[in-house]
Design a protein around this ligand. Structure first.
Ligand code: PNS
Length: 160
């Protein structure tokens, strides 16, 4: 089985993430969206919430499932027989760090990384920016799936 992984924090999933996931799905038998368990970084959403939102958003793609991972991505890939890591590239600024990680991951276990250019209409979207804009009252409805947008506004209201 040709299995790929789309890894990330997904705090929360955006339309930019979904663009990459949706375009990766037809290229592989199975795509695992792997949510990183980040113990040091306190996210806006819990791991369970992030996974729930992703599962909902990825539902139109029958060969996409959501999982989580702790530790090195290469270990997850080895254990789960993942052939390729797929990463979205929004701009040249993403490329430097992504290239370094891809080369490190390849040097560690030989796993390949494939870079997919983000569609231009999503190239400015980052979860961190979306959260910041929404926190100060900016309209980000068009940048997120509707249920994610609702939950983001609820979380901001809870925190206020
Ligand atoms: O959505 P993000 O925060 O940009 O995703 C980054 C992620 C999770 C893909 C990256 O930090 C990662 O792979 N972390 C797992 C730990 C790891 O393998 N580190 C070594 C990278 S060479």
């Amino acid at each position: 089985m040709r299995r790929a992984v789309c890894p990330g924090s997904f705090d929360p999933v955006t339309n930019g993430h979904l663009d990459i996931i949706g375009r990766t799905a037809p290229l592989f038998d199975e795509v695992v969206v792997a949510v990183m368990v980040n113990k040091s970084k306190k996210g806006m959403f819990t791991l369970e919430e992030r996974m729930e939102m992703l599962t909902d958003a990825a539902a139109p793609h029958p060969n996409v499932r959501v999982d989580s991972f702790d530790g090195l991505l290469v270990d997850y890939c080895r254990t789960n027989e993942v052939r390729a890591i797929v990463k979205g590239i929004r701009a040249v600024s993403d490329f430097d760090y992504e290239l370094q990680m891809a080369q490190m991951n390849h040097a560690l276990t030989g796993v390949e990384t494939l870079f997919m250019p983000t569609a231009p209409e999503f190239s400015f979207i980052a979860s961190s920016l979306v959260k910041e804009v929404a926190t100060y009252g900016g309209d980000v409805a068009h940048l997120l799936p509707a249920p994610v947008h609702r939950r983001l506004l609820e979380r901001i209201a809870e925190r206020a």
